[in-house]
Design a protein around this ligand. Structure first.
Ligand code: HEM
Length: 193
């Protein structure tokens, strides 16, 4: 939401997509998500830049060679998913919020589809111990963000949201929690209390 608020053109594009696919007379629901590729791309880009679990670990059951180094059994390996997803060797303009990179029509997205396969997109970890809640998370995030954009404008104090990050335990979070005020868009689906 913070990146969407900081990028009004993104907010506008999500809203146009929802208004044309869902309309203004009913709320977005999870079955709409496959028809909302830009919204899905925004969710993916948010998770690329701000993975809530930035590092995850593995313990080696047997020794093996990694990147030319022998790593003995029982070694604990910590994968820095945050660093991988901000690595300019794998991502164009890694520090820029660019949901378009995940749209299948763009060339860079096709490259990213390959990159996903070779483990460059890691907000949910990877492999057999990868997050089993991935699909549920995408559905919850897509519908929650979709509804917030469909129904409200968002006002903040000042020009930009401060995007500074911090760790709370092992969880990546905003250093300054997002404070914003929802302004109803006046759609017929939002009833006065
Ligand atoms: C945005 C939301 C979420 C994010 C970013 C996230 C991220 C992650 C990550 C990075 C891991 C470690 C994966 C690895 O070691 O390869 C993980 C593990 C796990 N996640 Fe999620 N997760 C999310 C939502 C959920 C949800 C909704 C559920 C369940 C309903 C869930 C259940 C689990 C479980 C049970 C594990 C442990 C899997 C194992 O150790 O085998 N997660 N998650």
């Amino acid at each position: 939401m913070a990146e969407i608020i900081n990028n009004p053109s993104t907010m506008e594009r999500i809203r146009e997509e929802i208004d044309s696919v869902v309309g203004k007379s009913r709320l977005i629901q999870e079955t709409d998500l496959p028809n909302l590729p830009y919204l899905q791309a925004v969710v993916k880009e948010g998770l690329r830049m701000y993975p809530p679990i930035p590092v995850f670990g593995r313990r080696l059951q047997e020794g093996c060679v990694m990147g030319g180094f022998y790593v003995p059994e029982k070694t604990t390996l910590v994968v820095n998913g945050y660093a991988v997803m901000r690595d300019s060797d794998y991502w164009e303009y890694p520090d820029d919020f660019k949901p378009e990179r995940f749209l299948s029509s763009s060339r860079s997205e096709q490259e990213d589809a390959t990159k996903e396969k070779v483990l460059k997109y890691l907000p949910f970890g990877s492999g057999r111990r990868g997050c089993p809640g991935t699909n549920l998370a995408y559905i919850l995030l897509g519908t929650a963000i979709g509804m917030m954009i469909q129904c409200f404008d968002w006002k903040i104090e000042g020009d930009k949201v401060n995007m500074e990050e911090t760790l709370s335990g092992m969880v990546l979070t905003m250093a300054h929690p997002l404070k914003c005020t929802p302004i109803p868009r006046g759609l017929p689906i939002i009833k006065d209390p």
